[in-house]
Design a protein around this ligand. Structure first.
Ligand code: GSH
Length: 376
């Protein structure tokens, strides 16, 4: 099956190349896969991007030239971020609606009732995030006259949570505790990750307040990491499992995402075919079982077991950051067969519904000013 998949992808690439589209290698990273046009120039990039624009959700693409070379100063947008005061903050989330990392951030902001504006990024041209040398989403801009840029979902969540709880340091200072760090991944590629990203930067007293028992903190960090390192990798193989599921997923992605008419058409049909094959590669890369649903079911049940029977959420009576992360990742499958199967064949439903209720209505609004008291 896998071999056939690869032959199919090779043929697809050949055909697209012949059509002048210039599909380059399928470079997949976990659930996010990007097929890019790289050296084939802008117009072919549009075509290829459109063809494979998965809107970040379950599969994104990486251009050949796409390299993550972040420096510490890249936290900041053009104008140097100055001290941000506690009040008057405006938040803008740059996202792909169906990207699990973006969904995590929304879950966090919504749960904490933080008003924010959403900018949906076109996954092909990414014009909306031209201001940034960081080329991924989510990006959270925090503005109080000057603008601070926060990259990486887990950094955004840890930094914001630290800020809400502590209020001692400026957000700018807090963000500096999560430095970008280069590393070489299993595929030998240089990637950027962020130090301490599952840590909250709290002093002893604050830590004691938030986590009266140390194990609770360790558990939260462990499962947040699990959501990023394992759970997200189950999404693509599951939602692109069959050609029909791949088509349904792209239909959803195009519907929810920001695509031009032509882009959307290509994304839906060509993208669905490509991602069907690429998901087989992802399945191998992440050592998933022959039937990828089994891994999804096991993950959902493992999570339910970790939460246990005696508390509604891992965080106890309220969701903690791990609850929000797992929920954020899983909900990008809503409406798809994989989601329905997961609900039907695992024990996750009661927890999931509790999460929906706890998060309540989304809080996305247009440029509302936060009251200073919000942070006190
Ligand atoms: N570790 C990052 C991963 C973010 C990420 O990979 N985002 C994908 C979308 S799901 C992306 O923007 N990929 C680059 C692209 O679309 O070109 C995070 O947690 O925010």
């Amino acid at each position: 099956m896998a071999a056939a998949g690869w032959r199919g992808l090779g043929q697809l690439q050949g055909r697209l190349r012949a059509a002048g589209v210039g599909l380059l290698r399928a470079q997949s990273r976990g659930y996010c896969t990007r097929l890019g046009a790289g050296r084939y120039g802008q117009s072919s990039r549009v075509l290829v991007g459109a063809a494979f624009a998965l809107g970040g959700t379950f599969g994104l693409f990486q251009t050949l030239q796409h390299r993550l070379q972040l420096q510490a100063q890249e936290y900041f947008v053009e104008q140097q971020a100055a001290e941000l005061s506690a009040g008057n903050l405006q938040f803008t989330l740059y996202q792909y609606k169906t990207c699990p990392f973006c969904s995590k951030v929304r879950a966090f902001l919504d749960y904490h009732k933080v008003p924010y504006e959403i900018v949906e990024v076109n996954p092909v041209m990414k014009k909306e995030i031209k201001f940034s040398s960081y080329r991924k989403v989510p990006i959270l801009l925090v503005s109080a006259g000057n603008t601070l840029q926060l990259n990486d979902s887990s950094v955004i969540i840890s930094a914001m949570k630290t800020y809400f709880v502590s209020g001692k340091n400026s957000l700018e200072e807090i963000v500096s505790f999560y430095p970008p760090m280069k590393a070489v991944n299993k595929q030998g590629k240089v990637v950027t990750d962020y130090g301490n990203k599952y840590w909250l930067m709290l002093d002893e007293m604050e830590t004691q307040n938030v986590y009266p028992i140390k194990e609770v903190m360790v558990e939260e960090m462990k499962w947040r990491k699990w959501a990023d390192d394992w759970l997200v990798h189950l999404i693509s193989p599951n939602v692109y499992r069959t050609p029909w599921e791949a088509l349904a997923s792209f239909d959803y992605i195009v519907h929810e995402g920001k695509f031009g008419t032509v882009e959307g058409f290509f994304a839906k049909y060509v993208g669905a075919i490509a991602m069907f094959f690429i998901s087989k590669r992802l399945k191998i890369r992440h050592n998933l079982q022959g039937n990828v649903r089994e891994d999804l079911y096991k993950a959902a049940n493992d999570w339910v077991t970790a939460v246990g029977k005696h508390r509604p959420f891992m965080g106890g009576s309220q969701p903690n950051l791990a609850d929000l992360a797992v929920y954020g990742v899983l909900r990008v499958m809503e409406g798809l067969e994989a989601y329905n199967d997961m609900m039907a064949h695992t024990k996750i439903q009661p927890w999931y519904h509790r999460m929906e209720k706890a998060i309540g209505e989304a809080e996305a609004v247009n440029w509302q000013l936060l009251q200073p008291s919000y942070f006190n």
